[in-house]
Design a protein around this ligand. Sequence first.
Ligand SMILES: [Fe+2]
Ligand SMILES: [Fe+2]
Length: 174
Amino acid sequence: MAKLNSLDDLLVHELQDIYNAENQILKALPKMIKAASHPELQSAFEEHLEQTEGQVERLDQVFKLLGVPAKGKKCEGMAGLIEEGKKVMEEDAEPSVMDAALIAAAQKVEHYEIASYGCVCTYAEMLGYDQVHDLLGQNLEEEEVTDEKLTELAESVINNEAEEAEDAEEEASR
Ligand SMILES: [Fe+2]
Ligand SMILES: [Fe+2]
């Protein structure tokens, strides 16, 4: 186990966690794209998959700037969130309800990432690593924008559809 003696150590520790988390997300997103029905949700996931590839590249640059090898350490938090997402995808759900469930799963992932990038950004700033701070800030912003976009999608289209499906079902059972 690595010793955490300084903020530098903690920065590297947290970067290894998010690096692994991003790589887990890279594997999970294609499955979420397949499970999504609404074209806008599918394209939102596709766009974020591309963004995520860029985020991993930025993390590679960050490791290089810090002079430490770019390697991850299993992120158990992300593994748990992805496992939960996998379970929900196995459910027999109305397509619009599945879309709403996928948004919920994705937003939990985004919030994890926002917390992680928020922390490493703060550490980089405190340590005066301007370039590292800038790169991590770009990732943080992309996660925040994605989270907002998912909220909009949930509010505007998908949750409405899920409600309509529910109403139709109630109507039919009357
Ligand atoms: Fe990410
Ligand atoms: Fe993300």
